[in-house]
Design a protein around this ligand. Structure first.
Ligand code: ADP
Ligand code: MG
Length: 477
């Protein structure tokens, strides 16, 4: 076992038990890497990929190592199957770790408060003088999974992706700030980490700092309490690239906004690159002061649109290749069709399938996946009825509602009818025979044919794809 206790100055794992050790130090990150290796050795590659790899090191404080997972399901599973062993592995590296806490980090929601116990830890230690803070300690580590190489580019994210690339490739500052915005799980954080990795490679001398707006605020509050805002200011103003994720978090937090505004201006004046992400466009950010909002929109504002079927399928294929998992194409198509809410959920679904297959060794089929993901799929099927689908489709194509049930085969009604059948299959839990009955008593093979036909057309015919996406959005949105 490595001797770390009593060696605070050299950056021991536990450090002093102050909030200074909130951000994982290099020693902690090294420890975590070793745990990765031991775990992989003990449980094998497949289990490692499914369960330990998605764990992200978040923090280390008071002997607690905090790691995050993207879903509640993963947390529960790891907790009951591997948590004890992970702790033992950590302790084998450093006896100062006495707890491993698994937290679910989906995405920073605008209202989530600064974690309570951390805030109180701050007040206890308020008088401690926390001098110069190393930017690399404040910066959150980049997730090794989030690189440009692993980012699948499609229509919905092409602009954001190109802009992120430009930030890295252009020798000077192409636009300032780069403002990325879009809904949950569309790849904002992924792109920011990708910028971080690429910067490290291309310009290792540049100091790149990445952190969530929440953490920015946490650090700021900490500095205020420690009466040490000078070090805070210096730290933030000495970086070459500053990336702040989920800026909407500082809505309504006036003093944090004020501080951020000054940091922002100071960096722009020094010609340093800033990258910001948010869930909305600058002009739609409520609770953010007008002068800051307009300043945020100065550079390039790039939005990430909701994913399309093609992009989802592309991501699933890339992920399957990465996992080296044996998942048949139709299963991926099924997922791309059904799990449309956000990419994180889509990945979560795939992870669940891979993990399940690891355990059961049973072949993965559309039916087994339907069974396994019941809960998830049901939440997506919520409340959309076949009647509603038929109504929307007939409105969209400007045909009579009765044509949904009629025997007419003219292309101008047959195609929309097929679209409606396809959507009924994709968006409801109805079986093929049930759907057939709702369409004038058609046979289930007719429905199946319609579903296949539309799937094919969505690949070949951009117009159909757009129609389906539009109708789907109006139904689910
Ligand atoms: P956001 O920050 O916008 O909420 P994230 O960047 O955290 O979303 O993305 C959620 C998950 O989806 C991550 O695991 C990310 O790797 C994945 N993801 C999103 N977009 C893509 C993409 N275009 N290609 C590959 N993976 C993606
Ligand atoms: Mg994010």
């Amino acid at each position: 076992m490595k001797e770390i206790a009593g060696n605070k100055a050299a950056g021991g794992v536990a450090q002093e038990n102050t909030e200074a050790s909130f951000v994982p130090t290099r020693a902690v990150r090294d420890l975590w890497c070793k745990v990765y290796d031991s775990f992989r050795g003990e449980f094998g590659e497949a289990v490692f990929r499914s369960w330990l790899k998605p764990l992200t090191l978040q923090a280390c404080y008071h002997g607690t190592l905090e790691v995050s997972v993207p879903t509640r399901f993963m947390k529960d599973w790891i907790q009951s199957h591997y948590a004890q062993r992970i702790l033992e592995m950590c302790r084998a590296e450093s006896a100062e770790i006495n707890r491993v806490e698994i937290v679910v980090v989906q995405t920073a929601s605008p209202s989530s408060p600064v974690p309570e116990e951390k805030t109180s830890a701050v007040s206890v230690k308020a008088n401690q003088n926390l001098k110069t803070v190393d930017p690399f300690e404040l910066s959150s580590p980049f997730d090794p999974r989030f690189t440009f190489e692993s980012f699948v580019v499609g229509n919905p994210n092409a602009l954001a992706h190109a802009a992120a690339r430009r930030v890295v490739e252009s020798g000077n500052i192409p636009f300032n700030p780069l403002f990325l915005y879009g809904g949950v799980g569309l790849g904002k954080t992924h792109l920011m980490h990708a910028i971080g990795w690429a910067m490290k490679e291309q310009a290792p001398e540049k100091r790149v700092m990445y952190l969530s707006a929440e953490k920015f605020m946490y650090q700021f509050v900490r500095a205020l309490r420690a009466k040490d805002t000078m070090a805070f200011k210096e730290t933030f103003r000495s970086v070459d690239v500053l990336m702040i994720d989920d800026i909407q978090f500082i809505a309504g937090k006036e003093s944090t906004q004020e501080e951020f505004f000054h940091t922002f201006n100071a960096l722009v004046d020094q010609n340093k690159q800033i990258v910001i992400s948010a869930d909305k466009a600058p002009s739609d950010l409520t609770g953010i002061e007008e002068r800051l909002r307009s300043r945020l929109a100065w550079g390039l504002v790039a939005d990430l649109h909701p994913s399309t079927y093609d992009l989802r399928l592309g991501i699933l294929q890339a992920k399957r290749a990465m996992l080296g998992a044996d998942i048949p194409g139709p299963v991926l198509e099924f997922l791309a069709l059904k799990v449309t809410s956000n990419i994180r959920e889509l990945e979560g679904a795939l992870n669940r399938i891979v993990a399940h297959a690891d355990v059961t060794k049973a072949p993965v089929t559309v039916e087994s996946v339907q069974e396994l993901l019941q809960d998830l799929l049901r939440s997506h099927d919520r409340r959309i009825t076949i009647d509603e689908i038929q109504r929307k489709v007939s409105e969209h194509y400007n045909i009579r509602l009765t044509d949904m049930h009629s025997a007419r085969r003219a292309r101008n009604v047959a195609r929309p009818r097929q679209v409606a059948m396809y959507l009924a299959k994709a968006l409801t839990a109805r079986s093929l025979p049930e759907i057939g009955r709702k369409f004038g008593g058609r046979d289930h093979t007719t429905v199946m044919h319609a579903v296949r036909k539309i799937e094919e057309l969505m690949v070949e015919d951009a117009q159909i794809l757009q129609d389906v996406d539009l109708i789907r959005r109006s139904l689910t949105g």
